[in-house]
Design a protein around this ligand. Sequence first.
Ligand code: COI
Length: 355
Amino acid sequence: MDTEVKNLIVEKVKTSRISQVDFDHLPFGAYFTDHMFVCDYKNGAWETPKIIPYQPLQMEPSSRVFHYGQAVFEGMKAYRDDQGGVWLFRPEENFKRINKSSVRLAMPEFPEEYFFEGLKKLLQLDEKWIKPGLGNSLYIRPFVIATQAGIIASPSEEFKFIIICSPAQSYYGGEVRVKIAEKFSRAADGGFGFTKAAGNYAGQFYPTNLAKEEGFQQVVWTDANTHEYIEEAGTMNIFIRLDNKLITCPTGDRILDGITRKSIIELAKDLGIEVEIRPIKVSELVEGIKNKTLKEMFGSGTAAVINPILGFGYKGDRFELPKVEKSYATILKQHLLDIQYNKAEDKFGWRYRVQ
Ligand code: COI
């Protein structure tokens, strides 16, 4: 039966699908919870949002999203603590970023109260899908798509804002080695590399497939002009450790302003680790392997959390990172997870209680 909660319409499922899911073996993003949040934009305004059973969308084949890729998304996680509480991590950052992405893609911004009210209600309804235990989480995928019919190449005037949720464990199952991009590029100055636009990801699939054929799991993108500076890995921002200094490149037009990235910078500083934010030359990585100053490389992201990079390929050569005791990746990941799972004091005010 449909019920109205403030300005949110809720239609619950009759039977949950949760018993069909093996929570001990979860491929990333393969299963979705019982409900989804949907809000339509028409005639210049967002309509009343709804939570409905997870289901296929009915759309015109001529909808703009299919032809011009007018689509943006976010990635967030909900965590369950040992006392049964449910938490989000810096959700206001995701909210700000999806609107920033939308503006760049000529899409309307989404109202804050709809986002938070919808998300909280959705998590409340599907709370059984949020399993306890470090490493278990519910990956939350808000996204916006252009739904207006008609294939004229101009911005849509109709959109859907949707949130779906998927129980998650790790993003990268095994070891991660990366190929440093020498030919292909992900983003350019003045472009939209800083957004979570769908096309930013589609454009990486082909070069990443080529890298996979060579035995790498990911591409680390370099600047489009010279290919001399590393930028980001597409699903992760990149950190390197030279001796005891943690270095990451500045964000800007071309690089996603990762929430995990900026949290790591603050955490590392707080732990007394020297942090430098500056452009990183590929040659520094190669030199660092040769003179043994490159101690670590890791990627950071909501889905990946902190993922050590064990080696990289560049100009036909392969380089392996040393094995380090008490790696920064391990220490920082532990601190981050302790905050996310409500196991440690949250002096930064990053946790957001859902229930
Ligand atoms: C995330 O970390 O949430 C991302 O958006 C990366 C994604 C493509 C899995």
